[in-house]
Design a protein around this ligand. Structure first.
Ligand SMILES: NC(=O)c1ccc[n+]([C@@H]2O[C@H](COP(=O)([O-])OP(=O)(O)OC[C@H]3O[C@@H](n4cnc5c(N)ncnc54)[C@H](O)[C@@H]3O)[C@@H](O)[C@H]2O)c1
Length: 488
């Protein structure tokens, strides 16, 4: 681990960093005052970032970096052809960061590199656009925020729904009380995903991959899955599961609509992985984020289909991916691409058409890079790291969970003990029915009842029963491999 110990990280970096003031820097822009941006990681999402940034006025994708030379050369060749220039190519991000001609770096890498790479980039004085989930642990998120403030750099989270015109229109309406008081917000994304397979021993990564650089700060372990790209999402060393993946977007929107800008006082997760494969993260999950002085936020995801062998997934309030904001006088269902408000009888009140937010989210980042005003960012790192940290809390509760005895109604008892809005219990009942339809034998693949986590949200330290708090604190950090320790 770095010089920061697990015990002192909150006090030494988080609080100190937040106290730092924010002033514009005297950054010198590139020729013709173009913003020169480097994109890191583009097997998939990064390609949208390359296209999106290059399409903006006064922005140039000047460098590309990927540890897979096949991906690097394919994408760089395409870009060279399109722009009739030569983009600089890198395999090692550390070399890229020493290039003084790069103003900003965009990350679309596995999660163990998103946050760590951002910290390296901030240390090198670059502004950053970082894909969600922005950090791999709570600690990383805190360090990113502190570093951005200390260095007066601009950091935008890739949660582009914050720029969706439909969402931007509905949030003030809901917060302004058009539907009455908010009662709870249920965020969800049900998307069937197949089993990722189960290997019997170490696999050879593609020959074009620099595997040591790929691992970076992660433990030195062989590849233990069939597919190199993308399936890292479901292994803890590199990803953090569906809650961090699709859930990050939904939980972020729920928190935004609720107007909540802190971590919850309590978190509890129920769920499991209903496959015997190389994936480690839950693929069936239900989490309650509870606030002493505010409404609860729920998160739900199902990676099994609605009907075994068929493609579709279970809709909730008519949608498989949305937030459902229940208010006294009606409700909103929607998210990326907009949504609608309804009265309590289900009659449409108003449509809020959306646009996905993608392009204007990138423009919003570039505008802040020019103005040096981080307050103008729609998904500033202070926002992004809070939403990602909620995803991590969901996982920490799960990781510290216990197997429930068959037939035991401990889930219901726990929901009652935590005084969670009764709606949550109906979601758990629905999830059990869904598992039954999918013929999941919960004796063989048990659903865990997560540890109820308690937190002092002001200092972001775990409280409550000492043993749970200690274990949760350990899971809020991680070790960084020698050669890839934290900067500073
Ligand atoms: N905002 C969105 O809507 C959205 C959509 C999709 C994905 N994402 C996010 O984008 C990120 C990437 O997802 P993906 O689906 O493109 O994954 P992917 O596995 O398809 O691609 C990741 C790329 O990163 C490269 N890479 C890994 N380590 C690297 C390193 N140290 N330096 C340089 N390159 C490295 C890999 O070789 C690969 O090309 C994830 O954080 C994901 O959650 C966001």
């Amino acid at each position: 681990m770095s010089k920061l110990t697990r015990r002192n990280f909150v006090k030494t970096t988080f609080a100190a960093g937040l106290a730092a003031s924010v002033l514009p820097t005297d950054r010198v822009l590139g020729a013709n005052s173009d913003i020169r941006i480097a994109v890191v990681g583009f097997n998939s999402r990064g390609r949208s970032l390359i296209g999106g940034f290059n399409a903006l006025d006064g922005v140039r994708v000047a460098a590309l970096c990927d540890i897979d030379s096949a991906v690097l050369n394919r994408v760089a060749d395409g870009l060279d052809k399109k722009t009739k220039t030569k983009v600089q190519r890198y395999t090692d991000i550390r070399k890229l960061l020493s290039n003084k001609n790069i103003d900003a770096v965009a990350f679309a890498t596995p999660v163990h590199w998103n946050g760590y790479g951002t910290l390296l980039a901030l240390d090198a004085g670059k502004d950053v656009y970082v894909e969600k989930p922005v950090c791999h642990t709570l600690q990383e998120g805190q360090l990113m925020l502190a570093a951005a403030r200390k260095k007066k750099l601009i950091v935008q989270s890739g949660t582009q729904n914050r720029s969706d015109i439909g969402m931007r229109a509905v949030v003030p309406d809901i917060q302004g009380g058009k539907l009455g008081k908010i009662e709870f917000i249920h965020s969800y994304w049900n998307r069937p995903r197949g089993n990722i397979g189960k290997v019997t021993g170490p696999q050879q990564p593609p020959s074009t991959v620099d595997y040591d650089l790929y691992l970076g700060p992660a433990p030195k372990k062989p590849m233990m899955r069939k597919r190199f790209h993308y399936d890292w999402h479901w292994q803890w060393d590199y990803g953090c599961g569906e809650v961090c993946n699709l859930g990050n977007h939904q939980i972020d929107m729920a928190r935004w609509v609720a107007g909540i800008d802190r971590l919850p006082d309590q978190t509890i997760t129920f769920g499991g992985r209903a496959y015997d494969d190389d994936g480690q993260t839950p693929n069936t999950m239900l989490t309650a984020f509870l606030y002493n002085d505010n409404i609860p936020i729920f998160w739900e995801s199902r990676n099994l289909p609605a009907v075994p062998g068929k493609r579709g997934s279970d809709p909730i309030m008519g949608s498989t991916a949305a937030i459902y904001a229940k208010c006294e006088g009606g409700y909103f269902v929607g998210g990326r691409g907009g949504g609608s408000t309804y009265d309590n009888a289900g009659k449409l009140i108003k449509k809020y058409p959306g646009d996905g937010g993608g392009r204007s989210h990138l423009q919003n980042f570039i505008d802040a890079v020019r103005s040096r005003k981080h307050e103008t960012l729609r998904a500033e790192i202070a926002i992004g790291r809070l939403s990602t940290s909620m995803c991590h809390l969901s996982n920490i509760s799960y990781k510290l969970g216990k197997v429930a005895a068959p037939g035991d109604n401990c889930y219901t008892k726990q929901i009652e003990a935590l005084k969670i809005n009764p709606y949550f219990a109906t979601r758990w009942e629905s999830m059990q029915a869904h598992l039954k339809i999918n013929k999941v034998d919960t004796n063989k693949t048990p659903m865990l009842i997560g540890a109820p986590l308690q937190m002092d949200a002001k200092t972001e330290t775990f409280t409550g029963p000492a043993e749970t708090a200690k274990k949760a604190t350990a899971l809020a950090t991680k070790d960084y491999r020698a050669g890839f320790t934290l900067p500073g």
